[in-house]
Design a protein around this ligand. Structure first.
Ligand SMILES: C[S@@+](CC[C@H](N)C(=O)[O-])C[C@H]1O[C@@H](n2cnc3c(N)ncnc32)[C@H](O)[C@@H]1O
Length: 311
C-alpha cells in the first residue's frame, strides 16, 4: 500500500482522533509534548507535520517494537511504563512540559501479531505482555491462578457477566499453551446465544490482558504524574477504549476541576480549595461515522482533555 508522506497512518497502527488531538494541542505550541503511548507513532508524526520545529516530542512506550517506529523521526525516545511517567521523562528534558498525550490500550500491531498472544482470532503463545517489564504472562494467569482470582479479573476487567462459568471452564481445561486453546474453552463454556453476539472470548481476553499488564493502575498513576508534570496552561489528553479506562480519566479530571467543596449554605468559603484543572471536553469526543468507516478500531474511542489552571 503506498503511503501519503503526510499521512499519520504508518501501517503499524492507524491513529484515532488525530485532527481533534492537533486542535487541542495547538494552544500549547511551541512546546514539549510527551507522547506517552507512542505505538506506531501516528499522533507524533502528525504533530511533527503540523507544527514542525515548534514541537519537541518525547516518545514513550513499554514496547520496544513500537519504539523502532521512531527511527529517523528526530524524536527523543524512551522505553518505559507511563505508570512511572515522571521517572521515565525526567532524564529526557529540562524544559517545561506543555502537554501529555495518552492513547491507551494495544496497538493494531500488537493485536495482529500472533506471536504477541493478544488475539483470540489468531493462534499464538499465551503472552500478552506489552513490554518486557510486565510481571507475568497470560500463561501464568490461565495455568496457575486460582479459580476465584480468575473469576475476579474476568468480572472486573472484562465486565463479563458469565465470569464464574468461564473461570471454572478454564481451570478444568488446564494446561494451555496457545491462545486458540483458551479461546475454544471459553466459547465452549458459553451458551449458543452468546456465541452469536460477537466473539465469546473478547471480554475474557481483555481481562487477562489488563491483568498481565496491570493496565488500570498504570492509567491512574500515569494521569496523576502527567497532571503534576505539565506547566500551568499545559494540557493532558487521554483516549480510552473501554469504560474502565474512561471512568478513571473522567473521575481524575473531575476531581481536579472541583473548586470549593464547602456546603452550599456556608456564607464564606472555609476550605480554601481552588480548581487545579479546567475540563476542555464536557462529554468525551468520539470519532465521526466517517472515521469509524475508515478505521473500525476507532469505534470505541473516547477522548477527554484538561488544561492546568495557571496558578
Ligand atoms: C493504541 S496504541 C497507541 C497508538 C499511537 N497513538 C499511534 O498513533 O500509533 C497504545 C500503545 O501504548 C503502549 N502502552 C500501553 N500501556 C502502556 C504503559 N503503561 N506504558 C507505556 N506504554 C504503554 C502500547 O504498547 C501501545 O504501543
Amino acid at each position: 500500500m503506498s503511503q501519503d508522506p503526510a499521512s499519520s497512518d504508518r501501517g503499524y497502527h492507524r491513529p484515532v482522533l488525530v485532527d481533534e488531538v492537533v486542535q487541542l494541542l495547538t494552544p500549547v505550541i511551541p512546546g514539549v509534548v510527551v507522547d506517552a503511548t507512542f505505538g506506531g507513532g501516528g499522533h507524533s508524526h502528525r504533530l511533527l507535520n503540523e507544527f514542525g520545529e515548534d514541537v519537541t516530542v518525547i516518545a514513550v512506550d513499554r514496547d520496544p517494537d513500537a519504539l523502532r517506529n521512531a527511527r529517523g523521526m528526530g524524536l527523543t525516545v524512551v522505553q518505559g511504563n507511563f505508570g512511572e511517567l515522571a521517572e521515565v521523562v525526567a532524564p529526557m528534558t529540562e524544559r517545561p512540559i506543555s502537554a501529555v498525550l495518552f492513547d491507551f490500550g494495544v496497538s493494531s500491531h500488537q493485536l495482529d501479531e500472533p506471536e504477541r498472544g493478544f488475539s483470540y482470532r489468531h493462534d499464538g503463545p499465551l503472552d500478552m505482555r506489552m513490554g518486557p517489564d510486565a510481571a507475568r504472562t497470560a500463561a501464568d494467569i490461565v495455568n496457575e491462578w486460582p479459580e476465584a482470582d480468575l473469576t475476579g479479573i474476568i468480572r472486573r476487567f472484562g465486565e463479563e457477566p458469565m465470569a464464574p462459568r468461564i473461570a471454572r471452564a478454564i481451570v478444568v481445561g488446564r494446561p494451555y499453551e496457545s491462545t486458540r486453546q483458551v479461546a475454544a474453552v471459553i466459547a465452549e463454556a458459553l451458551p449458543a446465544a452468546r456465541r452469536r453476539a460477537g466473539h465469546p472470548a473478547r471480554r475474557t481476553f481483555q481481562a487477562i490482558r489488563i491483568a498481565v499488564n496491570n493496565e488500570l493502575d498504570a492509567v491512574a498513576s500515569g494521569l496523576d504524574q502527567a497532571l503534576e508534570m505539565i506547566q500551568p496552561s499545559g494540557r493532558v489528553i487521554a483516549i480510552s477504549y473501554h469504560s474502565l479506562e474512561d471512568r478513571i480519566v473522567k473521575r481524575r479530571f473531575a476531581q481536579g476541576a472541583r473548586g470549593c467543596v464547602c456546603p452550599p449554605d456556608l456564607p464564606v468559603c472555609g476550605c480554601g480549595r481552588a480548581a487545579e484543572l479546567r475540563v476542555l471536553t464536557r462529554k468525551p469526543i468520539r470519532p465521526t461515522a466517517d472515521e469509524i468507516t475508515r478505521n473500525n478500531r476507532a469505534r470505541s474511542a473516547m477522548l477527554r482533555a484538561v488544561e492546568k489552571v495557571a496558578s
